[in-house]
Design a protein around this ligand. Structure first.
Ligand code: ADP
Length: 171
């Protein structure tokens, strides 16, 4: 199978969750090289610092050989060009993501016609998953072990306290 050279998967990853990881694993089989880049967005308040977010992505992706992890505060298309990539990968969960992603991709295309955005659809079982929901659950002390890689779970526990399993009838 022919693979494409280089792609960038940008995001806030605040924190990385299993839906992101699924995208990363799938695209690393499609490109020779993938760079996951934690972007620092001044208009978004993050729970984790850029260094913490980067460390979590690194810990969760150690098993992927053709993957680089980076962080940036630059304009996305300028960054992509600077590292010699031509493709930006973005994930789509539902129609809800589409409006914003469409606008973002077209604006990027206008600024950098040589760079394309490739959309990859979420796997069905991660379609409900977002960093926001993970943080909300963790803030109530709920166990998020099934939703995030172990390194992220540890950091969430450090921020919010021990994750508790919900008690079910008879338990
Ligand atoms: P951003 O702040 O740039 O949207 P996120 O960390 O929230 O950063 O998301 C990074 C990328 O991962 C985005 O393209 C987003 O649509 C995608 N993504 C988020 N959650 C999922 C999921 N559950 N399945 C597939 N893609 C996802």
């Amino acid at each position: 199978m022919k693979t494409l050279p280089k792609a960038v998967y940008p995001g806030s990853f605040d924190p990385l969750h299993n839906g992101h990881l699924d995208v990363i694993e799938r695209i690393s089989g499609m490109f020779d090289e993938v760079t996951v880049t934690v972007f620092v967005n001044a208009s978004k308040t993050a729970l984790f610092s850029a260094d913490e977010r980067t460390a979590m992505v690194k810990a969760a992706t150690e098993h992927i050989p053709n993957l680089h992890v980076d962080q940036s505060q630059d304009l996305l298309v300028r960054y992509v060009r600077q590292i010699g990539a031509r493709v930006i990968v973005r994930g789509l969960r539902a129609v809800l993501d589409f409006d914003y992603e469409f606008q973002f991709a077209l604006m990027n295309k206008r600024m950098a016609p040589d760079i394309d955005t490739l959309f990859i659809l979420t796997s069905e079982h991660y379609s409900y998953l977002s960093s926001t929901i993970v943080k909300e659950l963790a803030s109530y002390g709920a166990d998020v072990a099934d939703l995030v890689p172990p390194a992220c779970q540890r950091r969430l526990i450090e921020k919010f306290g021990v994750g508790k399993r919900l008690e079910r009838d008879g338990e």
